[in-house]
Ligand binder design. Sequence first.
Ligand code: GAP
Length: 422
Amino acid sequence: MDMMEKVVALCKRRGFIYQGSEIYGGFGGFWDYGPLGVELKNNIKREWWKSMVYERGDVLGVDAAIIMNPVVWEKSGHVSSFTDPLVECKKCHHRFRSDKVSDKCPDCGGEFTEAKKFNLLTEVFIGTVEDEKRKAYLRGEITQGVFVNFKNVTDSTRVKIPFGIAQIGKAFRNEITPGNFTFRSREFEQMELEYFIKPDEKEAEKIFDFWKNARMNWYTSLGMSKNKLQFRKHKDDERAHYARMAEDIEYEAPFGWSEFEGIHHRGDYDLGNHGLKYKDEESGDEYIPWVIETSGGVDRATLFFLVDAFTEEGERTFLKLHPSLAPYKAAVFPLLANKEDLVNKAREVYQTLRSKFFVAWDDRGNIGKRYFSQDEIGTPWCVTIDFQTLEDNTVTIRDRDTAKQERLEVDKLLDYFQNILE
Ligand code: GAP
């Protein structure tokens, strides 16, 4: 099995990610997150919100509707320009993105048709009476929900330029070739910041560089390997229709260097198209702000945090996830499951820790098997309650990455974890 196959198998076996609608044979490009996957994804989103909103004084959040008035997508340019080039094999009729294949069909060697533009927006029909149903779109990027609320936010809060609006939410793209596990899906989540500034090229470049570096540092601060990350500047002919300048953050995945966040200089493209302006109350100046955007994929970040954390050392397989991202922060074990005193004491420790963190309980099999099981899902610490605990109120804490154990008083456990996690 190659590394990617091992990660996919682990995700299914331990409840991180399942194929969507699996019992009906799946549905191409859709994935479900299991009990551990939802924790990991929520932790990533929480850390993102913390660093983008709470730790700054100039960013506020919104949560806009997924379905908007379809005029939004006409004005934003997505109806005319949100396309991928599509070719179809003349023999087997399989369809591909022409920029991702050579001149012969990879499935049967057949010839391709000329490339056609294929729009990625997902259509939906809204309304109760058949004839009056109105065509709308599931949002192709969460971004437009921020722009259409620009005036609402400036009118209802005290923000002044420069300031940012953050949002996390689902986006949908009718991808021609979904694949590489969750990497290219048709339903996915984005975490985005739209940062509004006064139009000025020098300032825009400065802010662009600031956010580019801030976003890269965020990934490494949460443990992603520096040597697996790089920036890649977009060439003139590959930039999205709204972007004046674009740079990707890429991860060296088992399937090659792959984009998982984009930093874009969108200028006044969107607010201008929506006819929105900003009035500086102090100077009286009125202008269309420029936007520097950071647009990350939650699912791609989740996938690359998982791939990056996947470690095999001899017999041991473990996920070296940053403690802030790990689904369970700790696991609590009674040394023996059939000794009432040990189990009662372990339950007490478990309840105390559980009041603050998501903590696992395991009393099956032997301790070695329990460690193995927690390592595989990235639990940073295992706490064992043994006979000595009953005498001196200390427990063993075993570290996932070093497999080293130390003894600590029960009363100090919460502080011990909290100090590392905060
Ligand atoms: N608002 C700008 C925007 O949407 P993008 O480069 O098209 O820019 C941003 O998308 C991020 O969204 C990507 O870097 C990626 O992480 C994620 N993304 C885009 N398409 C995706 C797909 N089909 N499946 C999973 N994630 C996707």
